[in-house]
Structure formats: C-alpha cells, structure tokens
Design a protein around this ligand. Structure first.
Ligand code: NAP
Length: 324
C-alpha cells in the first residue's frame, strides 16, 4: 500500500511546550507534514527542542518560523496569542492556514484575527487533551489519540482549509468536532475550567488546614484528594489566562455550581439522605456514560494515554490524497 502524501508541506510551531511538542512528535510519527520548524520564547526551550530532535529546524523568532509555512500552529498560553499574531502577521505566506491550540476560543479569535492578513486561513482549534505537565519533555506522540479536537472556524472560513486542518488532527489520532467559539467556551467552562478551579480551591483549602491535618492529608490522599492534587499541579500561567479570558462563561457556570453546592449543603445539614442518594445516583450514571462513550477508562488515573505507549501509524482515511 502506498503511503498517503503528507497533508502539509511545512508546519511551523510557535511555542513548543506540552502541546506543541506533542504535535511535533505525533505529526512526525504519522508523516502528516513534510517538515517541521519550531520556535519557543526562551533560548533554553529552543535548545531543548533541538536536543530532543523534535523539529527539522529550530529558529529564534516567530517571524522566521512562519516564513514559507503552509500550516502555522500557535501553541502558547491564550493571553500570549494576540502578541504572536502581531509578530507573525506580516510574514505569513499567502494561502497558509493559521491555527492555535488555546483552551479558550473567543478571546483567541478576538486577539488574533485582526492581525492576520487577507489570503490567510484562520482556523482556531482546541485539542481536548493534556496532562498537568509542561515543556518540551512533557509531550508525547499518543497524546491526541482517541481525544477530541474542536475546531471553531469563524463565519466565512474557507471550508477546504477547515477540512484540511480537520484531516491533520485526525491523522494525529483525534476525533474532530466543529462548533462556534462561544459555544466551545461555554461547554469547556463546565467540563474543564470549573473542575480545575475546584481542584485549585480544594487543594488550597487543604493546605490552609495543614496545621492540623498535613500528615493525614498526605497519608490518606488516595481517598479522592490525590486526583485533585494532580489537576491542581497544572501550569499556573496557562490557567490564569484561561480564567481571565473565559471570565463570563466560567462565572455563569460557577453561579449554577454554587446553587447546587448550597442544595447539597442543605441536604447534609438537614440529614436529607434521600436527596443525597438521588444526587449521587444521577452523577454515577453520568460517570458511567463517560466511560461507555470511551472518554475514560474504568481504571483510576483518568485513563490518560501513557507517554511510553508505542505509537503505531494510524490509518489515514482523510489524507489529502483522498480528498476530492
Ligand atoms: P507549556 O508546556 O507551558 O508550553 C507553552 C509554550 O509557550 C512554551 O514553548 C513557552 O515558551 C511558550 N510561551 C509561554 N508564554 C509565552 C509568551 N508570553 N509568549 C510567547 N510564548 C510563550 O504549555 P502547553 O500546556 O503546551 O499549553 C499551550 C497552549 O495549549 C495553551 O494555550 C493552553 O491553553 C493549550 N492547551 C493546553 C492543554 C494542557 O492540558 N496543558 C490542553 C489543551 C490545550 P518557553 O518554554 O520558552 O517559556
């Protein structure tokens, strides 16, 4: 069987941390692109990316990285995307696709779109996959396998460019969905942003009680607390930006959450076992539904893909050569 042609000629990665380096590894493993050019903000990260051999070229500036690239993926914290767009705008090749991986989409579109020139396709994306680790060493090629990647093309986006980016993510193992940016931000506020906020809160609260409980908190952490500590170890810059840029949706979800928490508090105070039981039964069904649709395994540790898993070349039903 002949190998499908790479989808893109030159991929430029702006930012090469967990997500950027995972894209580099996965794109290589799947032959999704011919060539990878990478850059990062600090000389230290660029040196490490070169050492790890993640790209064909590691360059010093964002402008140099995008020269001649037909796919540019911005993999920096959401709050830094606008500044990157200002820098790369004048250097983008006509016909190139510019995308990102930010966890918030409305703010990324607001900050990037005005700085991208005519003739460039802007297709924002969010791979819903990650770990609590950061930097180029943390990435791995199987990160996106079996995970969602949500595309939020603005109105009027070129359907061919959207489909080609979707094909790229499918080549990396992801399942692609498309939705408006505002809807993405609302959905992710409840499924990802609020859970992180709760983890940050609960771990902070436990720490404040440390005087009394420190040894017990650590000793008995397997009783549910451990998973919160893992989530609460996530990158502070990334998550600061998420809450600053998805403020409205998070506040809306937080309002509903607080009401629900008050109801449970009341049930506990009143000894209302029936209300508690009904609530926990409903949430158990939700959890089982998540396992059933393959978004997690029944085993602990969130069924995250293991970094050391070998990555087999994936079938490529949507390779460019198959497109009409
Ligand atoms: P990361 O491992 O911390 O890597 C961030 C990269 O961005 C690094 O190369 C860093 O360069 C660069 N960078 C940081 N601040 C910058 C700035 N102000 N200007 C320019 N470059 C900057 O982060 P990540 O986890 O890959 O996250 C990157 C993006 O992916 C974020 O937008 C995040 O919302 C999104 N995302 C993350 C996850 C997750 O679970 N982590 C999941 C899905 C999407 P230096 O190393 O040189 O500082």
């Amino acid at each position: 069987m002949t190998k499908p042609a790479p989808l893109f000629n030159r991929l430029a990665l702006i930012g090469t941390g967990l997500i950027g380096s995972s894209i580099a590894r996965a794109a290589r493993a799947q032959d999704a692109v011919r060539e990878i050019v990478a850059t990062a903000r600090s000389a230290e990260t660029r040196r490490r990316v070169a050492e790890l051999g993640l790209a064909d070229q590691v360059v010093e500036s964002n402008a140099a990285a995008v020269a001649g690239a037909d796919l540019v993926i911005v993999c920096v914290p959401v709050g830094a995307c606008g500044g990157v767009a200002v820098e790369i705008g004048p250097h983008l090749a006509r016909g190139a696709t510019v995308s990102d991986v930010g966890s918030v989409k409305g703010a990324v579109i607001r900050d990037m779109a005005p700085h991208l020139p005519e003739g460039v396709h802007f297709v924002p994306a969010h791979p819903v996959a990650g770990t609590e680790n950061s930097g180029p060493d943390a990435g791995f090629a199987s990160l996106f396998v079996g995970r969602w990647c949500i595309l939020t093309p603005p109105d009027g986006a070129d359907p061919g460019a959207v489909e080609k980016l979707a094909a790229f993510w499918r080549a990396l193992g992801a399942t692609v969905d498309t939705m408006p940016a505002a809807h993405h931000d609302l959905v992710l506020a409840i499924t990802s942003h609020l859970p992180h906020l709760i983890a940050y809160t609960i771990v902070g609260t436990a720490d404040e009680l440390a005087e009394v409980t420190r040894s017990e908190v650590l000793k008995f952490s397997a009783g549910g607390f451990r998973d919160f500590t893992r989530i609460a170890a996530s990158d502070p810059t990334m998550w600061r930006d998420v809450f600053l840029t998805n403020k409205d949706a998070v506040l809306e979800m937080l309002g509903t959450f607080n009401e629900d928490l008050s109801q449970l508090t009341r049930a506990i105070r009143r000894g209302d076992g029936e209300a508690l039981f009904a609530h926990f039964t409903r949430t158990r069904a939700i959890r089982r539904g998540i396992v059933q649709i393959g978004q997690d395994s029944p085993t602990p540790d969130f069924g995250r893909p293991h970094p050391d898993l070998p990555v087999e070349p994936l079938p490529r039903p949507y390779a460019a050569s198959d497109e009409g």
